[in-house]
Design a protein around this ligand. Structure first.
Ligand code: UDP
Length: 238
């Protein structure tokens, strides 16, 4: 048994989280630190699904802005998330944390396809499941994939790992008086025009009454504190 507040979580890691302070790509040191935090939570008996972004490699919007067909650029973005997922799973393997990558786009020679029942089975057996290729559809984001997979696997919460340790009243980098929201309801977040997740993802979580905890993945021990139900980052609730 576990003393954790949640038994199954969906962790959304942006591609940028894997980049650290680099300008592009995957920083091995940062990845292994994130992996050790996930491993710690996994050892508590918490089932962990991860949705990984791709922004450290390619973003569809950027491709479209430079003249590419948007859908093509988005498929490239989704493929970028597969590379990140593979790097993350490999870093997990190196510390004996069992992980499986499931992709929303089929690349069967490389990773498993997304199969909900099988994903749940992996989770029940203590394996981390890394959901790659977002939702598998262009014009969406990996935030939306996190909300979708979170709802599908019956996660009790979506943990949105960012660079900032929560949702603030203003940009804390620009305004020293900015205050962190400890808890906020979905309605209040909408009323205050706070961008917690992108709008599609946010609407899905709200409809499904799936809470979101925004926290900093760069703050050591923060992931565990969130999972233990401590006041860390910002909890968005129904
Ligand atoms: N993407 C997509 N559909 C999805 C998820 C992602 O088309 O369901 C594409 C989109 O082009 C996006 C890119 O993949 O820009 C990388 O994902 P995202 O920007 O969400 O990554 P993050 O910002 O979390 O690193």
């Amino acid at each position: 048994m576990t003393a954790a507040a949640y038994s199954r979580i969906l962790l959304k890691l942006s591609g940028e989280a894997l980049m650290g302070d680099d300008a592009y790509g995957i920083n091995e040191e940062v990845v292994s630190r994130i992996v050790s935090e996930v491993a710690e939570v996994n050892r508590l008996g918490v089932q962990v699904g991860v949705v990984i972004g791709g922004g450290n490699i390619f973003r569809g919007m950027k491709g479209a802005a430079s003249g590419m067909d948007r859908a093509t650029a988005d498929y490239m973005g989704m493929l970028a998330t597969v590379m990140n997922a593979m790097a993350l799973a490999d870093a997990m393997r190196r510390v004996d944390l069992e992980a499986r990558v499931q992709s929303a786009l089929r690349i069967d020679q490389v990773v498993e396809p997304y199969i909900r029942g099988r994903a749940i089975r992996h989770l029940e057996e203590g394996r981390v499941v890394i959901f790659a290729a977002g939702t598998g559809n262009p014009f969406f984001t990996t935030d939306t994939a996190a909300a979708l997979r979170g709802a599908e696997i019956g996660a009790q919460i979506v943990l949105k790992a960012t660079k900032v340790d929560g949702v603030y009243t203003a940009d804390p980098k620009k305004d020293p008086a900015a205050q962190r929201y400890h808890r906020i309801s979905f309605d209040e977040a909408i009323g205050r025009n706070l961008a917690v997740l992108d709008s599609t993802a946010f609407a899905l979580c709200r409809d499904q009454k799936l809470p979101i905890n925004v926290f900093s993945i760069f703050k050591p021990g923060a992931l565990k504190r969130v999972v233990m139900g401590e006041d860390e980052g910002t909890l968005v609730h129904s």
